[in-house]
Design a protein. Structure first.
Length: 263
């Protein structure tokens, strides 16, 4: 193991790249502990601080995980996720059994809360407007992997089951359709990357400098009026967003307008 002092890349990044390559090669398996920081520093002939920076980088990327008092380990692949909001609707507007089998959703709270700016903008109301909010936490077998919330207009939900602090035996959108009398017709998703809030990092059990992916999902009725605005936040390094879709076949174009000159 060695670094190139004359390379343009910083030494800790060179070390991180080599460690990552070894992990991909199978030198260290998922769940296996890496050598200590001093041992790795001796291997590369660098200061311990340089190795610590490399380890910190790989931890933020989701390659490594540090257990206090135990050491640094290769993170297992079983926590990698595939979370797309369209999955909540299922293939035939039914319960998405695949998601239900892999994730456990826990209802955290239900009640009126001031709408954050992105939610207020989606509904077209002033920031801080009191809306109904249903907050949830999603877990795999061993870890929290998503914090989220679904927001509704109180005029739609007053006196309905959506105001009750209880989970439903079906997807939330189906309960919302019945409670509000409005049908979900279209939706838009906006995904951004950012640093987590303190509450998010504590709940998701990640370092404060670990980036997260944040989803804003707006569901509309046939008149393009928003019914629900949902938020979801995932640990970026262990979250993959994958979608498979068909590409339309080419069609024959009609003859161009005779009066149109193509340059």
């Amino acid at each position: 193991m060695q670094i190139n002092p004359g390379a343009a890349e910083f030494p800790h990044r060179q070390i991180a790249a080599q460690l990552k390559s070894q992990i991909r090669r199978g030198d260290w398996a998922p769940g296996e502990r890496l050598p200590s920081i001093p041992a790795i520093a001796e291997m590369f002939g660098v200061a311990k601080q340089t190795v610590q920076r490399a380890v910190d980088q790989l931890r933020v990327e989701g390659v490594l995980i540090t257990k206090p008092g135990s050491g640094t380990y290769v993170r297992g692949t079983r926590r990698r996720l595939n979370r797309l909001s369209r999955g909540r609707y299922g293939g035939f507007r039914g319960y998405h059994t695949d998601l239900a089998a892999r994730y456990r959703q826990q209802l955290v709270s239900v009640g009126r809360s001031p709408a954050p700016p992105e939610v207020a903008d989606a509904f077209g109301v002033p920031d801080g407007t009191e809306l109904l909010c249903r907050r949830h936490l999603v877990r795999t077998e061993d870890s929290p992997v998503e914090v989220g919330a679904s927001w509704f207009l109180p005029t739609d939900t007053a006196g309905t089951s959506l105001e009750r602090a209880e989970a439903f035996g079906r997807p939330l959108y189906q309960e919302a359709e019945e409670a509000t009398g409005r049908r979900y017709a279209t939706a838009t998703d906006t995904i951004t990357a950012r640093q987590p809030s303190r509450e998010e990092s504590e709940t998701l059990q990640i370092r404060p400098d670990t980036p997260v992916l944040h989803l804003l999902h707006v569901a509309y009725d046939p008149h393009r009026k928003p019914i629900e605005v949902a938020q979801a936040t995932w640990p970026g390094p262990v979250t993959t967003l994958t979608e498979e879709y068909q590409i339309p076949a080419p069609t024959e174009s009609p003859d161009p307008d005779p009066g149109l000159v193509l340059g």
